[in-house]
Write a protein that binds this ligand. Structure first.
Ligand code: PRX
Length: 640
């Protein structure tokens, strides 16, 4: 067991090794009993008496279906009885000299009611979809909670997405309302959020009737009469009760990329998601009442939904909301913020860890990290070297590190070690959370037992599971349940060791993970072929030291067009404009053809290997229509 590191001892933990073993067994043998008990973490208007009602063939998933509750009440109002004066949110602005804003649960309650009244004044009602395009500020969290209060379905679109991408997501769920800010700020640079909303709405046919604009930087912006409203003009303090919601009423839609087509609107419902985020937060982060929690994710991603807005607040936790970036004003920002607010639990992504590791230890050691007691990683595989640095330098070698594997579709953490119960294995996420039943299968669907490597499936439902793709249940079934009938297929490759520890090896489909952001190669290809000079494009991932994976694009041009550095730069800009900066291609490889079989199918395996600089294992290329192309592609490989 030499690769294993024993967890530190503690007098007080939410879960010991023995308790994990007993509860894990019970969560499989009596899932309904187990989850109905966990459901008591929440306040219900009508407590549920039914646990899971689900089938993966045909696909229908329900949990706690006779329960009624409201998650805004659970995240805010119910804490007023005993935590009104406890700090809920500590806002750390982009500019370290800017004003830190602290809100107690009582303050948060006031803010949520003001926001909910503003939404009502615009016409938002139960069931309406509301698109958020926000900076990472208190009002973002408040707006999500205000939607939940009214029973409206929030759809948060990351502020780094383009007007094009925003418009697509507004149209797909027929959203009539947008909440935005005049501008966002990241690393000292303004982000023209309101102008992007204007561009999205002016250039596309949407049904948006109301845009609520939060004043953040005070920039001069244009407001469209009758459509755009300043938040301060519509906010009011009058009573605004929480809407009673059935457990299976939708809570939110979040768009995420898949192997094919446009991003999907993954739908989560109220009761199961609430129970899953509340329970995972309690155990995975071993949350104690005096902790200061900080998850550095943006609310535009699932991590920001589950471990900024919902998990911590459902548990009455104190947390930091961070507007900025890890390298502004310098590479010590994370650790300066931890020292400033005495953060005890910190949760971030491997891409940030690797980028900071490269800058040297002095940026870390300059700041006091004695408040830290737990570090977490999420979003992509963390290499053992980065894992060890994270634990040894920021964590002073004394704190447990958890590597949590999960997905937009799983709602919350699925595989991890528990901080004081389990030995850690650098590079391995670890063990299944309560109720999680992982299974490895080979490409033919044969179940693999014991220590093995295969495709990761989940054989039983869990309360936090996504219920459908908004407006397209067939796509939900096709994407997740058709590869291996009767199982949820994650899209990830995975190894299981002889101790039952799981290590995620990465996506096995045409999804790439760039700095922890999920990207469909098909989306980037669609953007490229919209360019007037591009004939065909094939996009693959390649290993990237900091980002985990980079975006490598093979491009063929129309007859008569020539590839050049200028055109490559133009194509990079083009994709940024179509999708957003997160999708900026790293490498553009102009080629006179793509490797296709005689029936016209692009052999992506070959393109992946060439981009990875792994020519030894190109496999059988004899079925290619033009086998000589492979040598030309290798020769033309773009190295930087
Ligand atoms: O490939 C896995 C990777 O991120 C994918 C899910 O992306 P998304 O839905 O955007 O959610 C990210 C945040 C939960 C997974 O299919 N992934 C996530 N966490 C890990 C990971 N890969 C390895 N180790 C992890 N801890």
């Amino acid at each position: 067991m030499s690769e294993f590191i024993e967890p530190p001892q503690t007098a007080k933990t939410n879960c010991t090794a023995a308790q994990y073993r007993a509860d894990y067994v019970r969560s499989l043998s009596d899932p309904d009993g187990f989850w109905l008990e966990q459901a008591k973490r929440l306040d219900w208007i009508d407590p549920p008496t039914i646990g899971g009602e689900w089938s993966f063939d045909p696909v229908e998933i329900k949990w706690f279906a006779d329960g009624t509750l409201n998650l805004c009440h659970n995240a805010v109002d119910r804490h007023l009885a005993d935590k009104a004066d406890k700090t809920a949110l500590i806002f750390e602005p982009d500019d370290p000299d800017g004003a830190v804003r602290t809100l107690t649960f009582a303050d948060l309650h006031v803010e949520v009611i003001r926001m909910a009244n503003a939404l009502k004044a615009m016409g938002v009602t139960k069931g309406a979809r509301v698109t958020l395009y926000m900076p990472m500020v208190v009002e973002g969290v408040v707006a999500m909670l205000a939607c939940a209060r009214l029973g409206a379905v929030h759809s948060v679109v990351f502020g780094g997405f383009s007007p094009e991408a925003l418009a697509g997501r507004i149209i797909d769920c027929d959203s009539h309302f947008v909440i935005t800010a005049d501008e966002g700020l990241r690393g000292g640079k303004p982000i023209a959020l309101n102008a992007n909303v204007d561009a999205a709405l002016d250039e596309h046919d949407t049904q948006v009737k109301g845009v609520l604009v939060i004043k953040h930087t005070g920039a001069d912006i244009t407001m469209k009469e009758g459509r755009d409203h300043w938040y301060a003009d519509l906010a009011s303090d009058e009573d605004c009760p929480c809407e009673p919601m059935n457990a299976e009423d939708p809570l939110f839609i979040l768009y995420t990329s898949g192997s094919t087509g446009k991003p999907k609107g993954v739908l989560h419902t109220t009761g199961g998601y609430g129970v899953w985020t509340a329970t995972t937060f309690h155990y995975v982060f071993d949350h104690q009442p005096d902790d200061v929690f900080w998850c550095s994710a943006d609310i535009g991603w699932i991590t920001g939904h589950s471990y900024v807005t919902y998990g911590p607040l459902l548990n009455g936790a104190t947390q930091v909301i961070f507007e900025g970036v890890p390298n502004y004003p310098d590479h010590g920002r994370f650790w300066a913020t931890i020292a400033r607010h005495k953060v005890s639990i910190f949760y971030t992504a491997p891409t940030a860890i690797r980028a900071l590791m490269r800058e040297g230890d002095s940026f870390v050691t300059a700041h006091d990290r004695s408040s830290l007691r737990l570090l977490g990683s999420v979003g992509e595989p963390i290499n053992p070297e980065a894992w060890r640095w994270y634990r040894d330098v920021p964590g002073e070698g004394r704190v447990p590190v958890i590597d949590t594997w999960w997905q937009t579709e799983t709602g919350g953490v699925m595989l991890t070690t528990l901080p004081y119960a389990h030995a850690m294995k650098p590079g391995s996420a670890g063990l299944p959370f309560f109720g999680v039943q992982p299974q490895l299968v080979d490409n033919e669907g044969q179940v693999l037992d014991g220590a093995a490597e295969g495709n990761l499936c989940l054989t039983a439902s869990w309360p936090g599971q996504a219920r459908t793709v908004y407006g397209d249940h067939d796509r939900f079934v096709q994407t997740y349940f058709s590869t291996y009938t009767g199982k949820y297929f994650t899209g990830d490759g995975c190894q299981r060791d002889e101790h039952g520890y799981y290590r995620i090896t990465g996506r096995v489909d045409d999804v790439i993970n760039v700095s922890g952001h999920r990207m469909g190669t098909a989306e980037v290809e669609s953007a490229l072929v919209l360019h007037p000079h591009v004939s065909e494009a094939a996009v693959v991932g390649f290993p990237h030291d900091i980002k985990g994976q980079g975006i490598y694009c093979y491009v063929t041009l129309n007859a008569g067009d020539e590839g050049s550095d200028d055109l490559a730069a133009e194509l990079r800009q083009w994709v940024r404009k179509e999708i957003g900066p997160v999708a900026t291609p790293d490498r553009i490889h102009f080629t006179d053809g793509l490797p296709k079989t005689r029936s016209g199918k692009i052999m992506r395996r070959i393109l992946r290997k060439i981009a990875e600089n792994d020519y030894g294992s190109l496999g059988d290329t004899s079925t290619l229509a033009d086998p000589s192309l492979v040598d030309r592609l290798i020769e033309g490989r773009v190295k930087s």
